[in-house]
Design a protein around this ligand. Sequence first.
Ligand SMILES: [Zn+2]
Length: 444
Amino acid sequence: MNEPVGFAVGAGLRSGHEVLSLCPTCLTTIPGRVLSTAAGVVMKKTCAEHGAFETLIATDLAAYERMRRSPRLVKLPARFGTPEAKGCPDDCGLCPAHDQHTCLAIVEITTRCNLPCPVCLADATAKGPELSLVQVLAALQLLLEAEGGPVPLQFAGGEPTLHPELLDIVRGARALGFAKMEIDSNGLLLARDARLAPALREAGLTGVYLQFDGLAAGESEFIRGRDLRAEKQAAIANCRDAGLQVVLAVTVVPGVNDQALWPLIRYAVDERLTGINFQSVVLSGRYPPELLQTKRRFTATHFMRAIEAQSGGLLVATDFLPMSCPDPRCGLLAYIVVDRDGGLLPLSRLVGDERLRRHVADLSDWDQLLRELGCAEGCDCGDARAKLAAALEGGEFFSIGFHGMMDALSFDQERARRCCVHKLTAEGKLMPFCLYNIKYRHEA
Ligand SMILES: [Zn+2]
């Protein structure tokens, strides 16, 4: 399934399109080209000093182009943080070349972690600095000024539950007006201390983005260093009891867990969780060296193929909508109605891509969606409103996402300029999360 296959090349695309990328060795900005080959869609580039680089960025041209040409909804921030001088990506913070506001701000409140995972984007260790409550609230104040109002927040790390002032940070953020707040957590402390989840909910936290890489022991052992399944199960139970929304965050490692994605979706649905989000391992931070040697990649188009095959066609590629706020190559989303019996019905089949796309920009606006709901043009689903109402009676929404992260090999400046998932630094700078991981994390 991960082996790229041949495809028909569309008119004018054989020569590909130009990109601005980075040399993976010296991180200098260099030109590159995306083009279709027998192996799939690849990005090729050459650094004058460090030679030629090539990496797979999609399985096939048709799927890549469907994503690339998908419509965007752009809203600029109220204020840019840094002047434009050397050009993107060297002025980041955000500079006026940026082409989207912040949809999610990631605040890494500590660099410490209680797990030494072999795969770690943040390269976190047992000891390291963290931000104080005062520093976090000052950065959030600058975020409010940049955005002109609150946006969804993710407190991350390291492991954010290790921060001794986490509850005060959440309370302080709520007092500043932030309403949607989650932690990106491995769940170990949430499992061990049943009082933590209710305390976080009481402080104002709304959700937990819970790392969860597989249902088999080997998947957890390879990616996280040991079998964590019992702890994850306990963390889920504690969060659910406390009224915290749980979204599973799956790091997909080709050859380790990419053949077992559908069981994870079924598991999350059966556990009545809010959603599941997959992201591919990238060559940033800490990663097993064999990933670099095998050059195996798991991209957004691999993901759609995998789900289609593993679900036996229950979900198909066109059920996944390229995200409209970042570059559409960066994210896929499917909203599913889960009926009382656990049956799954993709919302796009009921309401049409266009209507769904407008509402995905504001993920909470379901009432408006239901008011506007009617059959999509040319839809053959029967009465969409009646079907949806029937499914929703005792049923729930469930989201399945894929975040196509970039590393230095696959970096595309256009995608970075359109990013809406931003790391908020202690100085109040906002940086596309992938770009921060590639270029700025180790400068800090
Ligand atoms: Zn170089």
